[in-house]
Design a protein around this ligand. Structure first.
Ligand code: PLP
Length: 426
């Protein structure tokens, strides 16, 4: 309050001195200058946010039809029609009203049955929430675990949005990078343990991983859960690529869900975007501690007041037999692209690349560059291929780039040929 009074007084004085035309109300710029001179009411964490190395590239050429986009985490497939039809049916039936912030009951029941089929566990429905997108579910998990001055340990290389979630909560990021090679990415649990400080509140792990394609083995997840138990830490397990097991289309990656008790501070994130080509639907789910049923419902209410209702009716169809057939085809296509990538880029003298096991990305190091953002800009300008700059996936990735492997194989092959042309000129 006092700041507003001081600000008003200063602006009044400036106006009185004639440096501002008396008749003109203070402009946004004058206000910002005033704030900088005193103290800015906008939180420093918010002012410091900047676009990721994905967005910095993509926003410059999003509408250029000649660009082959490998920057975002999505395919070029439209959501299958058996899902779209159900959403249209719901819209026509008038499902256009507010509903439960935690998600409509038939969808939560369908997710419960799906998880039982995948992991053989019958979840208490009070642990299941559909607040909106998986992104929102991650944000809610952050809100539950992190406050000012806390730290979250991120297993890197990591999806850049998680870092921003931590910062928006007022907390700080610490990173432990996966070990790179010789055959695969892997988690050194001793390094994770060594990075824990008295301020550490939680660990974030994402398997199958964006961007590396690492799939945590069940023993790795079990050890991580034990570590969290020993240190009293929360765990956020982001499993949105759970169906993208490239060597087993139709298979399922290990999950922490069967490894934890119902009231542990563990948040398992999942969603519809990745397995069923539903990125624009903004629908995901969260399995949280049972004791948080009410707080999580309130958070869902504050953040979004629930996911789009007719979209939720459509999503139920994704969890049925037609959805399974789609997942199989889609993952097989991503595996085909991964194989092509390994034969075209894998042996290139400018590329160091581990074979991705899961998700739909590759995260190679480009030997001889020092600035991934500049390299991505060059690739975009010279050959019209959109890729993401590795530096924003955490420490140690200045020379890495991320490519999405989910688009149609013919287009993907063209994109790779263009990229190789740039690499050959390095
Ligand atoms: C690791 C990870 N988690 C969560 C999300 C968010 O997915 P959604 O589209 O459901 O918000 C993404 C999206 O790229 C992701 O890569």
């Amino acid at each position: 309050m006092w700041r507003r009074h001081v600000l008003a007084a200063v602006l009044g004085l400036v106006a009185a001195l004639g440096t501002v035309a008396a008749a003109v109300p203070p402009s946004g710029r004058a206000l910002a200058a005033g704030c900088a001179a005193m103290s800015d009411p906008i939180r420093a964490e918010i002012r410091a946010l900047e676009l990721s190395g994905i967005m910095k590239i993509a926003t410059t050429a999003l509408e250029d039809p000649e660009v082959i986009p490998l920057w975002f985490g999505e395919s070029d497939l439209v959501t299958p029609d058996f899902i779209r039809r159900e959403a249209i049916r719901a819209l026509e039936a008038g499902h256009t009203f507010y509903s439960y912030p935690r998600g409509i009951r038939p969808l939560r029941e369908a997710i419960q049955a799906y998880l039982e089929r995948l992991y053989g566990i019958r979840l208490d429905p009070d642990r299941l929430h559909v607040p909106g997108s998986s992104m929102l579910a991650v944000t809610i998990a952050g809100q539950c675990l992190l406050g000012a001055g806390d730290e979250m340990l991120l297993i890197g290389p990591y999806w850049p949005n998680i870092r921003n979630v931590v910062r928006v909560c007022g907390a700080r990021v610490r990173e432990v990078r996966l070990e790179e090679g010789p055959e695969r990415w892997w988690l050194d649990l001793e390094r994770v343990a060594a990075a824990i400080t008295p301020r550490t509140k939680a660990i974030y792990v994402n398997s199958p991983s964006n961007p590396t394609g690492w799939i945590a083995r069940e023993e790795e997840l079990r050890a991580l859960v034990e570590l969290c138990r020993r240190h009293g830490l929360g765990l956020v397990s982001d499993e949105v690529y759970h169906r993208h097991v490239l060597d087993d289309p139709g298979g399922v990656a290990p999950s922490v869900l069967p490894l934890v008790e119902e009231d542990e501070p563990v948040f398992v994130i999942n969603g519809f975007s990745k397995p069923w080509a539903m990125t624009g639907w903004r629908l995901g789910w969260l399995v949280g501690p049972r004791r948080l049923v009410e707080p999580l419902a309130v958070l869902a209410e504050c953040d979004n007041t629930g996911a789009t209702v007719f979209a939720q009716w459509g999503a139920i169809a994704a969890l049925g037999p037609e959805g399974e057939a789609f997942v199989r085809r889609f993952v097989a296509r991503c595996a085909q692209n991964r194989d092509l990538l390994m034969t075209t880029l894998g042996g290139h003298p400018r590329i160091r690349l581990l074979r991705p096991e899961g998700a739909f990305y590759a995260f190679p190091e480009v030997v001889g560059i020092d600035d991934s953002l500049a390299f991505c800009r060059r690739v975009l300008a010279e050959v019209k291929v959109g890729i993401a700059a590795g530096y924003s996936f955490g420490e140690g990735n200045r020379r890495h780039i991320r490519l999405c492997t989910a688009i149609a194989p013919e287009r993907f092959a063209t994109a790779l040929a263009r990229l190789v042309a740039v690499l050959d000129r390095l």
